[in-house]
Design a protein around this ligand. Structure first.
Ligand SMILES: NC(=O)c1ccc[n+]([C@@H]2O[C@H](COP(=O)([O-])OP(=O)(O)OC[C@H]3O[C@@H](n4cnc5c(N)ncnc54)[C@H](O)[C@@H]3O)[C@@H](O)[C@H]2O)c1
Length: 356
């Protein structure tokens, strides 16, 4: 299983030097990038990787979740075969969570596994998706249904990649940072909630602290038998909202935006089970409403959200499984709130006064 091996680089010369050491003596090197990271991030490291198709080969995929499926994996297996990838080859995943999940899945299954490293280029991937060894692809609308638990050989964090990331993608990743604070780090919550602005410099400054929360949890519970479920806070309802929007023509809710809305509902559930106070609920929800957009929901959709949640792969025996808070910075797994309270939580979100 292996522990995580994460390095953070403030300067490109240090990143390049480290990459040079990693690549020495390897067989063929494959770089997986999507159309945006090939344009914006590859140039920052390209002088380390002569992409001549001889020793180092670029495999480019379209940006977006649509390519994260078995067909996308198949295309990559075929390219690896065509260009002679063997057990000594290395795959570098240069991208957000989509590239890390897809590339990690392909590397961990091709020839029963070749080494891969992650170079995450989104906030979400730097604090979450590149850490913890979950790889996978979607089956239709079912997210991450096929995958493996395989640690990257190394994850190299270079926050300067984030300079070209669109604002909504930055904020989507910020939702996961906020989640890490709420489940395990009261001090981080204080830093975030007392900042004058939530902007890229603030986010870059807290990335090391935020990723360490996930790293520590995963090192203690790699296969999600217990504590790792804490990381699912906000995701039970968040994933269901994400799927609901995917079924609609708008399809304009990013993963982190859905998690932020899920956290509003799940904070309400935490208050109902007397874990957090009304004051804490107010402070967390008003902070989320200040930084994220709301959602329009009707009663019919409440039932659909619940139906989707019933199919969540985290459930046991059809009970809907939640992680809830029992204070800011403290969380508890395997909670099964009353259905009546889940409906109330969706109503609380629907009525919440978002400023914009
Ligand atoms: N394995 C895990 O533990 C884990 C955890 C959370 C999420 N995920 C997965 O991660 C995925 C979401 O990841 P994401 O939010 O990073 O999305 P993403 O990888 O789709 O990236 C979002 C967008 O930003 C673009 N982009 C990436 N880096 C850029 C940069 N530096 N400059 C400009 N554009 C850039 C991408 O091309 C894409 O259009 C989902 O598939 C989700 O299931 C996995």
């Amino acid at each position: 299983m292996g522990k995580s091996n994460i390095h953070i680089f403030a300067h490109s010369k240090d990143l390049k030097q480290h990459l040079g050491i990693l690549l020495k003596g390897r067989g063929r090197i494959f770089v997986l990038a999507d159309s945006n990271t090939a344009e914006h991030c590859l140039p920052l490291i390209q002088d380390m990787l002569p992409l001549d198709g001889k020793d180092t080969m670029l495999m480019a995929v379209e940006a977006g979740e649509e390519g994260k499926n078995l067909q996308g994996a198949m295309d990559l297996y075929n390219q690896l075969i065509d260009y002679g990838a063997d057990r000594n080859s290395l795959l570098i995943n240069l991208g957000g969570g989509m590239v890390c999940d897809l590339g990690g899945f392909v590397a961990s299954t091709y020839k029963r596994g070749i080494d891969f490293i992650h170079l995450p280029t989104t906030v979400l991937a730097q604090v979450d998706a590149s850490i913890g060894g979950k790889t996978g692809v979607n089956l239709g609308l079912l997210k991450n249904m096929v995958g493996t638990f395989t640690q990257a050989q190394e994850t190299l964090i270079y926050p300067e990649f984030l300079n070209t990331l669109p604002k909504n993608e930055v904020m989507s990743g910020f939702a996961e940072i906020l989640k890490h604070a709420l489940i395990a780090d009261q001090e981080l919550w204080k830093i975030l909630s007392s900042a004058d602005y939530v902007d890229l410099p603030l986010i870059k400054s807290v990335i090391p602290r935020a990723l360490k929360i996930k790293e520590d949890i995963v090192n203690r519970d790699f296969k999600e038998q217990g504590e790792r479920k804490k990381l699912n806070f906000g995701h039970t309802i968040g994933h269901a909202l994400e799927s609901l929007i995917l079924e609609s023509p708008e399809r304009d809710l990013l993963h982190g935006e859905a998690v932020a809305l899920g956290m509003i509902c799940e904070c309400y559930l935490s208050m109902k089970s007397k874990g957090i106070s009304n004051d804490e609920l107010d402070r967390i929800c008003s902070f989320i409403a200040l930084h994220f957009k709301g959602i329009e929901l009707n009663r019919m959709q409440f039932h659909r959200v619940i139906e989707i949640m019933r199919h969540d792969k985290k459930n046991k025996q059809a009970r809907i499984n939640f992680t809830l808070l029992h204070g800011i910075g403290a969380s508890i797994v395997d909670q099964e709130p009353e259905m009546e309270h889940i409906m109330e939580a969706l109503g609380y979100l629907e009525r919440y006064p978002f400023p914009s």
